[in-house]
Each structure stands twice: as C-alpha cells, then as structure tokens.
Ligand binder design. Structure first.
Ligand code: NAP
Length: 471
C-alpha cells in the first residue's frame, strides 16, 4: 500500500512506549499543540499509546492507553507510528508492519536501527513511507539530518566522537577525582547516569549501535552493530588516566567511523573500505573533544569540501531526546500533509569493513619489567621486530631516578637482577595486528613481568603535537 496523498485535516500518531522519552513527547505535543499545528498546517493528535503496564501511567488519559501495540499500529486512522519502546522485538515487527501499511515511522531505537536498518529502509522505500530516526544517535543533537541532507553534496571522510553520556560521565569522574572505575560507576548509578545493568553503556554496545548508524549514513553503505569493533571502559584504570594526564591527554570512549582509501590499506589491491570502531583512547587535551565532560556528547564530522564540523549537546534525557523525536514527527507530518517524502536510504556504496587488525593508530603501552641490564634493549627489539616504531620510552620505578624520561638505551643498567620497574612506551602509528603481536611477544620475554595496559592514542585527524617525540 502506498502513502495516502489526499488532503488531511489532522495527523494521527500511534505512540509505542510512554517511558522516559515517550512521556516527554506526550507533554510537548500537548503543551505546544498550537505552534505545532501552525508549523504542520493541521493538528497532530495522539490516537493511542501502547504500554506494558497501563496502571503505571495515571497522567495519561486512560482511553488512549492500550497494551495491544499491534492493534494500534494496524488502525486505519494512524498516519505516523512513533516508536519509543526500545529493544528489537516486538519493535521490529511492529515497525515493519507499520511501514508496509504505508504509515510513516519515527524511532529513537538505536539497537533496532543498527541491526535491522536495511529491512526497515527497504519496507519504507517499497511503500513510500517515511522512516526517521534522528533521536537514535546523540539525543538532542541534530546530527543525522545534517549528515543525510546538509552534507548530501559533499564527501564525508570521518565521523568521530563521544556518543555515550554514561561512559563519558564515568571517565570524567575518574579524571577529576582520581577515582577508580568501580567507584566512578557507582557514583554514576547513584546520580542516575548509569542503569542498574550498565552493560550496554560500559561495554560499548550502545556506542557501537550509534557508530553503525553514523557510518551507514555518512558513507552510503550498510554497517551493522556487528561490523563495529567494540571495546568498553571496564579495563580503564586510574593509572591509565594518570598516564594520559602525564602525556597531556585525557581518556574518552570514542566512536570512530572512517572511509579508508584503498591505497592506504596494508594489503595492496583493496578498494575503499569502512572502518567503524568503538574503544577508549587517549586524546590530546588540546583537542575540542577532550573538554566534552559529564553526560554531554560531541561528534566531529570531516567532509572534503566543508572541512571539519563539530556537533555538541545533550546526548540523552527525556526532554532532550523528545525534542529530536518531535523534529522527526513534524517532518513526517508535513510530508503527509503535502504528499511528499523524506530522503530515501542511500546505501548504494556496498563498502567492505576494514578488519581491525589493519587499523593504524598510536599506542601507549605500560610494560612491567625486572629492572636489570639489557631489559630496555630487549623490549625495544620486540617492538622493532614487529614493525612498531617507538616514539618515546619513559621508565618509572626501578633503580635509577624515578620519572626519568629517556628515549635511548639509557634505562639499561649494569648487571644484576634489579628491582621492578615500568616502561611506558608510546609508539608511532602502527597497525592494530602488529601491536597485538608485539604485546604477545613481550609477555613471553623473561625480563618482562607483564604488559600492564595498552591504550590507543588518537590524534583524531590533527597532528598530535602535544605528545613528546610525536611524529
Ligand atoms: P523506557 O523509559 O524504558 O520506556 C519504554 C516504554 O515502552 C515504557 O512505557 C514501556 O511500557 C513501553 N514498552 C516496552 N516494551 C513494550 C511492549 N512490548 N509493548 C508495549 N509497550 C512496551 O525507555 P526510554 O528511556 O524512554 O527509551 C525509549 C527508546 O528511546 C529506546 O529505544 C532508547 O534507546 C531510546 N533513547 C532513549 C534515550 C534516553 O535518554 N532515555 C535517549 C536516546 C534514545 P511501561 O511503561 O508500561 O513499562
């Protein structure tokens, strides 16, 4: 069935979910009814609201509430389905049914869009209905529409940023108080920034879904959450944060999406590919993303002609996310009124995913060693054997003066078993696979007690002047 293009005297909305975000959408639709009518041309009315437990919603008129979400979506008077229930099922089937029936869909459901984006886009294309999901990435921040529409005439090369407020809050708290991960997580939970089960946030799943959506739109290709290399923040220690500070850096959980030119890949004969990855990394304090703290989000977009652009604001929260939902709802409503359509899905590029082993970045590696003759030379030769070039080495602890920065073999001391020390190595850019192989080989050295931590150092497209010995 195709979209009904006859003149409409109202837009009827089926709301699926009335929680943190949905309840704010209901409030704003009520409070701003006159302005929205003026902007759309006809009133936007709520036809029904599907929830699981109607008794938990005393503020909503009882006649609007239903537990029959499928029945609500199927109602012939519904023009737009706004999905704010979350999760994959039943949201997926409900939205596919809605789109196949020609209803426009607005969703904030990043997990669903990142997993089932292709099926939803196909259903929308086939029926001519709209599919909008601005609120699924970075909450209130207008980001998907600029990527999809404002930059539609440009070539986007990179989208990188902080897209998860919970992890940013935790890392900011670790930075400002010196707390360890567990204490910072507990504080985040107490203040309402972390869920009772923080897995989706701290293990990077939420950010990976957002990275998949961003990469798909930016590079006109299909990227799912499973394509995104994902590492969370559980392993980040207070020592890592202190090491970052000593280098003039801070630690952030980054989502990085890049279109990688074929000739810059390790193996020859490859065409362009897409790299999408989520991991904690040190970034220079001089980079604008470094000052994004607490629950805020910020995303850098780099395009050939436009150059760098930065988007900043609140990435979650009921009213904030509802703002983005209402923006989409107004767009869908306007299209229904004038009989137009929003932009189609443009996943025409079919780019392969660059394996994480080929991704090049810099690394900060803490190697715990027995401080004795030849240890630095042995460690340095393992890096060299794997093609990983060292930018700086600093020794902490051990026999000689603590905190002595060295870049040569000055840290090698004469004979004896020596005491324990840590070598803090910062590398030049190297492929991930080479660094992993280096770490494995280091662990096998007799003079090495263990590799205490490995953190990436990202320059985010700008020279990393802040780092001693940087190239
Ligand atoms: P929430 O507070 O947990 O609310 C979910 C709502 O959906 C509840 O009203 C719940 O009903 C209803 N629901 C869940 N499963 C249902 C089912 N099977 N049938 C009928 N109703 C069902 O969630 P939220 O925080 O508002 O998030 C909603 C969506 O927005 C999610 O996709 C989330 O990822 C996205 N999002 C949220 C934020 C944010 O700051 N919260 C930011 C960006 C995007 P009951 O109330 O009866 O339990």
């Amino acid at each position: 069935m195709s979209v009904d293009q006859t003149a409409k005297d109202r837009i009827t909305v089926a709301l699926l979910g009335c929680g943190v975000v949905g309840s704010q959408v209901v409030r704003l639709l009520r409070e701003q009814a006159d302005e929205l009518t003026a902007r759309v041309g006809v009133p936007i009315e709520i036809g029904g609201i599907a929830v699981r437990r109607p008794q938990r919603h005393p503020d909503v008129p009882a006649e609007l509430l239903t537990t029959d979400a499928a029945g609500l979506v199927a109602r012939p008077d519904v023009d737009v389905v706004v999905e704010l229930m979350g999760g994959i099922e039943p949201a997926r089937d409900l939205l596919l049914d809605a789109l196949k029936a020609g209803r426009s869909v607005v969703s904030a459901n990043k997990a669903l869009l990142a997993e089932e984006g292709e099926a939803l886009a196909t259903a929308a294309r086939d029926s001519g209905a709209d599919l909008y999901y601005e609120a699924s990435v970075a909450g209130a921040i207008p980001l998907l529409r600029p990527i999809q529409q404002s930059l539609a005439g440009d070539r986007i090369r990179r989208v990188a940023g902080i897209v998860n407020g919970t992890t940013n809050f935790i890392l900011s708290a670790m930075e400002s108080t010196g707390a360890g991960y567990a204490d910072a997580l507990e504080e985040a939970g107490r203040l309402g920034y972390a869920e009772a089960d923080p897995t989706a946030d701290v293990d990077g799943y939420d950010a990976a879904s957002k990275a998949a959506i961003l990469a798909s739109l930016a590079f006109h290709t299909r990227v799912t959450a499973a394509d995104v290399h994902r590492e969370g923040i559980r392993e980040v220690t207070a020592t890592d944060i202190a090491s970052a500070r000593a280098l003039g850096c801070t630690v952030k959980l980054l989502a990085i999406c890049e279109q990688v030119a074929g000739d810059s890949r390790e193996a020859e004969g490859h065409g362009d590919s897409v790299s999408a990855r989520v991991y904690p990394a040190m970034i220079p304090k001089s980079h604008p993303l470094a000052s994004v703290s607490g629950a805020f989000n910020a995303v850098f977009v780099e395009a050939d002609a436009a150059g760098p652009l930065m988007f900043y604001g609140q990435g979650a929260g009921g009213p904030q996310t509802a703002s983005a939902v209402l923006g989409d709802l107004v767009a869908a409503a306007r299209n229904r009124v004038i009989g137009g359509r929003g932009p189609r899905d443009t996943a025409y590029a079919h780019l392969p995913i660059q394996p994480i082993g080929e991704v090049r970045t810099r690394y900060h590696v803490n190697v715990d060693v027995h401080d004795r003759a030849g240890v630095l030379a042995a460690v340095a030769s393992v890096f060299a054997e794997h093609g990983v070039s060292i930018a700086t080495v600093k020794q902490e602890g051990g026999r000689e003066a603590d905190d002595s920065a060295t870049t040569g073999d000055d840290a090698d001391h004469g004979g004896g078993q020596g005491t324990d020390a840590t070598l803090v190595v910062v590398t030049h850019e190297a492929p991930d696979a080479a660094l992993r192989a280096t770490v494995d080989a280091l662990s096998g050295l007799e003079s090495v007690r263990g590799v205490a931590s490995v953190l990436r150092v990202e320059g985010l497209g700008r020279p990393v002047h802040a780092l001693g010995g940087a190239q």
